[in-house]
Write a protein that binds this ligand. Structure first.
Ligand code: 5GP
Length: 205
């Protein structure tokens, strides 16, 4: 049996709870590894460098792009760079774990282009009005930033059909989301396309 780790992308509009879901999932299961992204944005209160993100300067980020050190990156709607470091992603893959990438949709689609075997999951709040309420309730963002992130939801939903799965995150739905994502990963691991070696194996003993 082929036993490759999966590359799982979790995307979703701001307020979808993808950060919470991803963090809890990683805590509960050691079959997943996480790649700490790099960003040029300022840390939010409580965020720790090297844990939540590698917080780096724009100059550093641009240098890493030039040197080919980014697996994927994007200039997000707050005009800040975000990207997956190749070194971080390789560290996880080489450890034999499934790699969980919590990234926005442009990055997700870039990953799919590079790795067609990647599984793209879109996490959605139950509705746009719930999304808005969650974002305002978070209280960590400027109004301008909230509006930009709400506007961005249209672009995110526009590429939904290029994602493989939708998971809804209802209020207090974190555990249900995690169960759904685990089910998706379990089913994907049984997909025939990931087991092209089975006929040869089957008849060999
Ligand atoms: P935030 O500022 O809320 O932490 O993140 C903003 C957006 O950037 C989120 O949609 C998040 O998923 C995305 N993001 C975080 N890290 C990466 C990354 O490495 N690559 C890409 N393409 N997006 C990322």
């Amino acid at each position: 049996m082929e036993n490759k780790g999966l590359l799982v992308v979790i995307s979703g509009p701001a307020g979808s709870g993808k950060g919470t879901v991803t963090k809890k999932m990683l805590k509960e299961s050691d079959s997943f590894g996480y790649s700490v992204s790099a960003t040029t944005r300022e840390p939010r209160p409580g965020e720790v460098d090297g844990v939540d993100y590698h917080f780096i300067t724009r100059e550093d980020f641009e240098q890493k792009i030039e040197k080919g050190e980014m697996l994927e990156y994007t200039l997000f709607c707050n005009n800040q760079f975000y990207g997956t470091l190749l070194s971080e992603a390789m560290r996880v893959i080489e450890s034999g774990k499934d790699l969980l990438l919590e990234i926005e949709v442009e990055g997700g689609l870039n990953v799919k282009r590079l790795y067609p075997d990647a599984v793209l999951i879109m996490l959605l709040p139950p509705s746009f009005s719930v999304q808005e309420a969650r974002l305002r309730g978070r209280g960590t963002e400027e109004e301008e930033n909230i509006l930009a992130r709400l506007a961005r939801a249209h672009e995110e939903l526009a590429v939904l059909d290029r994602y493989d799965y939708i998971v809804y995150n209802e209020d207090n739905g974190v555990d249900a989301c995690i169960a759904e994502i685990r089910n998706i990963v379990r089913a994907e691991k049984l997909a025939t396309k990931r087991h092209s070696d089975v006929p040869a194996q089957y008849f060999s003993h």
